[in-house]
Design a protein around this ligand. Structure first.
Ligand code: ZN
Length: 504
């Protein structure tokens, strides 16, 4: 067997182990009885150890050497086809990250994460940051050590961001977010000053869960999500996970007194699911069968959820199918009124409840604080106060309780610093992809208005999904849309849509 074939064989085994871990985790989030958690954690840890051993196996180093891969050639060798280059780049990246991190640090991080998460639950309940603070401080210290092991050219935040958004630097991210902020803050101020009431109260009427599920499945089919290669289940926190080449699991949750949660959640997760189902045949079963980055993955879910799912054209087509399911709640509502209600804008404290206009301000807030925490500009004691100051500046509101501010998200307790920005990168990339799609298919909105979503699905599949992670995220964007990430497309979209909705 030649070196490349052997490396691919090894990658295949790593993927099979990883999917086995994902099956155990999916079960844990959906059907596992509560008391099974202890042994489940052992099962997962054992498999994770096996994955780690395979990745850092000395034979891997020999194989990379034989294939000319080193830190200097980490973007992949030239003179090979794009898929081989992508495969070697991604495989070396995975290897190099693990090999640079001492085992003791990995173990200490894992242990601290589970302790921190448990303490975060308690602290959040008590709404008391002081309880969580020592754990957060410990996590930050360990992650700084991790960043030093990985090495970086400019910012200690670079290796953290790179975990979730490969190859993007903090400097590049800062520029993108600054451009967004400069136009977003004034837009939110204008909308706050508008006298228009979007009428969102209709969404809190009574919506039986079984009908919500039926409608969600109708939308999944219209989007082209293949239910013979996937499922929709229920979990406390909606997510998508891939358990095998032909097994993509989505989850959502139902609230009978708040319509948008389950339906937009299902559209969002199905956007992720279509990506996972759409990898090209030659990539399936290898590490290239994955999103180009978390930001690109999120661009697919948000494109479907917001640019399609919250559009006037979409509800022109689907409101007539929705209304008969909820005769009591929607008897006096028409498609236009419904469209306005699902696009209500209201600056609030809680990120996961935010509308698509204010959402990214929540992310800018978190990124600003994360960066300062890691560069040492912000002391742990001052984090809640800094949160309040930024919140007031960006959103015009500030939390009275830690629960509604610094303790609201699970991410930090999991040590996931550098993760939040990918949500905004996803929103921006979604608008950029949709602009490119409309350039090629100027009539696409008319088609959506007739309930036909195939042009969108097929375009995304051909240009984004089929390519998996063959190209780095920004190269893919440039390839498909003609430029690297540009916040202008997203903000143009917001100004047009919400200018009309709010008369601003
Ligand atoms: Zn998502």
């Amino acid at each position: 067997m030649d070196a490349l074939a052997e490396l691919k064989q090894r990658d295949r085994e790593i993927l099979l182990l990883n999917h086995s871990i994902d099956i155990l985790r999916w079960d844990q989030e959906t059907y596992m009885p509560e008391r099974a958690i202890e042994e489940r954690a052992e099962q997962v840890a054992l498999l994770q150890g096996m994955v780690h051993d395979r990745i850092v196996d000395p034979r891997q180093e020999e194989l990379f050497g034989a294939l000319g891969m080193s830190e200097k050639t980490k973007m992949g060798p030239s003179g090979v086809d794009d898929e081989t280059r992508g495969f070697l780049r991604e495989a070396f990246r995975r290897y190099s990250k693990q090999v640079k991190t001492p085992k003791e640090l990995v173990e200490e991080l894992a242990k601290t994460q589970s302790l921190a998460q448990a303490e975060w639950v308690r602290a959040r309940k008590a709404s008391d940051f002081k309880l969580f603070k020592p754990y957060l401080a410990k996590l930050v210290e360990l992650l700084k050590a991790y960043a030093e092991c990985q090495g970086y050219a400019e910012s200690v935040y670079d290796p953290l961001l790179d975990e979730y958004e490969p190859w993007m630097t903090t400097g590049e991210l800062e520029k993108i977010l600054a451009a967004l902020r400069a136009r977003l803050v004034p837009l939110v101020e204008k909308i706050r000053g508008s006298a228009v009431d979007a009428g969102a109260a209709i969404l809190t009427r009574s919506f039986p869960a079984d009908k919500q599920r039926a409608f969600g499945l109708t939308l999944l089919r219209a989007m082209g999500f293949d239910l013979s290669r996937g499922r929709l289940d229920v979990s406390a926190h909606p997510f998508t996970t891939t358990l095998g080449r032909d097994d993509v699991r989505l989850t959502t949750r139902y609230n009978e007194r708040f319509f948008p949660g389950a339906v937009f959640g299902a559209i969002h997760e199905a956007g992720h699911g279509l990506y996972e189902q759409g990898f090209g045949a030659s990539l399936r079963g290898s590490l290239l069968a994955s999103g180009a980055s978390l930001g690109i993955h999120e661009s697919q879910s948000r494109l479907w959820e917001n640019l399609i799912g919250r559009s006037r054209a979409f509800w022109t087509a689907f409101f007539p199918k929705l209304k008969p399911l909820f005769p009591e709640a929607l008897g006096d509502v028409d498609a236009d009124r419904f469209y306005r209600a699902v696009n209500a804008v209201s600056p609030s404290l809680i990120r996961v409840e935010a509308d698509e206009v204010t959402y990214n301000l929540h992310i800018i807030l978190r990124f600003t604080l994360e960066k300062k925490i890691f560069t040492g500009e912000l002391a742990m004691d001052d984090v809640p106060a800094a949160w309040a100051v930024e919140s007031e500046k960006l959103l015009g509101v500030k939390p009275d309780a830690d629960r509604d501010g610094v303790l609201q998200d699970v991410h930090w307790s999991m040590g996931a610093f550098g993760y939040f920005p990918t949500y905004t990168l996803g929103n921006l990339a979604a608008a950029q992809f949709f602009t490119a799609l409309k350039r090629k298919h100027p009539d696409v909105e008319e088609e959506i208005g007739q309930g036909r979503l195939d042009t969108v699905r097929d375009w995304l599949k051909e240009h984004v999904h089929a390519r998996g992670s063959v190209y780095p995220a920004q190269d893919l964007l440039a390839h498909v849309t003609g430029e690297r990430l540009n916040a202008g497309h997203f903000i143009d979209y917001l100004e047009k849509k919400y200018g009309e909705l709010y008369g601003v």
